[in-house]
Design a protein around this ligand. Structure first.
Ligand code: BG6
Ligand code: MG
Length: 210
């Protein structure tokens, strides 16, 4: 029986993957680096700068820190532009229903996302009200698979990792949850990952797991 659940945001509560993809794709195209959905999957759960490093590696390209900062900023501007199309309607009914039912059971909930845009996304989709805490890219120094974002999330909830489950769609996120001592639940892409403690096809299934 867990007392808290920490949710990854992108790919678990809402799907912004395609927007990340389109924003990175425009940068990769400019650099002449082949970039498709398979490559985009490598960026799931990975921080913005680490994502850029992966893309540059794919193209065997080395750039200065200053050039990288400029590219990462351009990618983010493009991404934030795309995010403006988000509305509360894009959130699946079963996501809201699951979050409400957790609260009714007295289970605390937090977001554990690598994104520095997490709070903006929660606001645009009207999801803020479901969470007791938000741990995101603005309060961490190390990206998943480091457990920092989830450890901070548990700390914000006043719980230990052993008292919390983590729901993740990224392999790097399941590795992070396991490394931090959390009960890891894989969904989406991570539902096929054998290192997850549990694997679900649908978010409401987690109500039977914790
Ligand atoms: C994660 C996404 O949630 O956030 C990654 O899965 C993304 O793809 C990362 O790179 C950082 O996001 P942002 O919004 O800070 O650039
Ligand atoms: Mg994710």
């Amino acid at each position: 029986m867990k007392q808290g659940v920490i949710f990854d945001l992108d790919g678990v509560l809402i799907s912004t993957d395609e927007m990340h993809y389109r924003a990175w794709k425009s940068i990769a195209d400019e650099l002449g680096i082949p970039f498709g959905h398979t490559e985009n999957n490598l960026l799931r759960g990975v921080s913005r700068m680490a994502s850029l490093d992966i893309i540059l590696n794919l193209g065997n390209m080395v750039l200065s820190d200053q050039e990288k900062e400029a590219l990462a900023e351009r990618k983010n501007n493009r991404y934030v532009e795309l995010l403006q199309s988000l509305t509360p309607d894009v959130v699946a009914g079963e996501v809201r229903e699951t979050l409400s039912r957790l609260h009714k059971r007295g289970i605390k909930t937090a977001v554990g996302s690598s994104s520095k845009n997490a709070k903006l996304i929660l606001k645009l989709t009207d999801l803020e009200k479901y969470f007791d805490a938000v741990s995101d890219g603005t309060n961490i120094t190390r990206s998943k698979p480091d457990p920092e974002v989830f450890l901070k999330g548990a700390e914000f909830l006043g719980l230990t990792p052993g008292e919390c489950a983590v729901t993740e769609d990224a392999v790097a996120g399941i590795d992070a949850a396991n490394a931090g001592g959390f009960y890891s639940i894989g969904i989406g892409d991570a539902a096929a990952y054998d290192k997850a403690d549990a694997r679900i096809g649908n978010i409401s299934e987690l109500l039977d797991l914790i």
